[in-house]
Design a protein around this ligand. Structure first.
Ligand SMILES: O=C(O)CCC(=O)C(=O)O
Length: 206
């Protein structure tokens, strides 16, 4: 397990990135990352949500699950997420990340991309119910995918989009004020056939 991740900064952007933070093992010895991927595929109550845009309903291009303490409700893209309980594996991760980052995470959004055609569009995690002074800790499992960031207001922050290749076991911490000034996305990568699961640990204000 690596220590505190390195920091990459541009204007309004504060990232810490720990490649292989959750060790990714070898063919002979399944690592914690390998075990967690299989466990989450099997035990998380994955949902296929839909969103309605301009009167038309579309399935989200991924599966999702919202895990949270009782009472932590979260709405994004017009979807009100009812919390699922913490499993022992997810509870252990939240404890570990809480100790590393000095925050008590009370909620977690899981996204499951079954192949490279599944994706996440440009957005910021800046909904009013999220605690703006807290980091968002993002753990990736499975297929390596490009994670892209670009300024919300390019006329103010003249910076080309940034791309990070997030692999199995990588931890990316998005510190404030990133969500205020930057958008992020996970574009489709049609050549990728393997699945990826991403976990974002968050603090919903009480
Ligand atoms: O899958 C990813 O790395 C992106 C997840 C994301 O953007 C989010 O949960 O807000």
């Amino acid at each position: 397990m690596a220590g505190l991740p390195q920091r990459t900064c541009a204007e309004g952007l504060a990232l810490r990135w720990g490649p292989g933070w959750l060790d990714s093992g070898s063919p002979e010895v399944p690592s914690r990352a390998d075990q967690l991927l299989v466990q989450l595929q099997a035990e998380v109550p994955w949902r296929q949500e839909s969103i309605t845009l301009f009167g038309r309903t579309h399935p989200l291009p991924r599966l999702t699950c919202w895990v949270a303490d009782a009472g932590c409700l979260y709405t994004y893209s017009g979807l009100l997420n009812q919390p699922e309980p913490w499993t022992p594996a997810l509870e252990a991760l939240r404890e570990q990340l809480g100790a590393l980052l000095g925050w008590r995470f009370n909620s977690l959004l899981l996204n499951r991309y079954r192949h490279g055609g599944e994706r996440m569009g440009w957005h910021a995690d800046d909904e009013p119910e999220l605690e703006a002074s807290a980091p968002i800790a993002s753990l990736s499992l499975g297929a390596t995918r490009s994670f892209r960031l670009k300024p919300k207001r390019p006329e103010r922050i003249a910076q080309a989009p940034i791309s990070l290749e997030l692999g199995h076991g990588d931890l990316l911490v998005m510190d404030p004020p990133t969500q205020r000034h930057w958008l992020h996305a996970l574009p489709a990568r049609l050549k990728v056939k393997e699945e990826r699961i991403n976990l974002t640990f968050r603090v919903v204000s009480g």
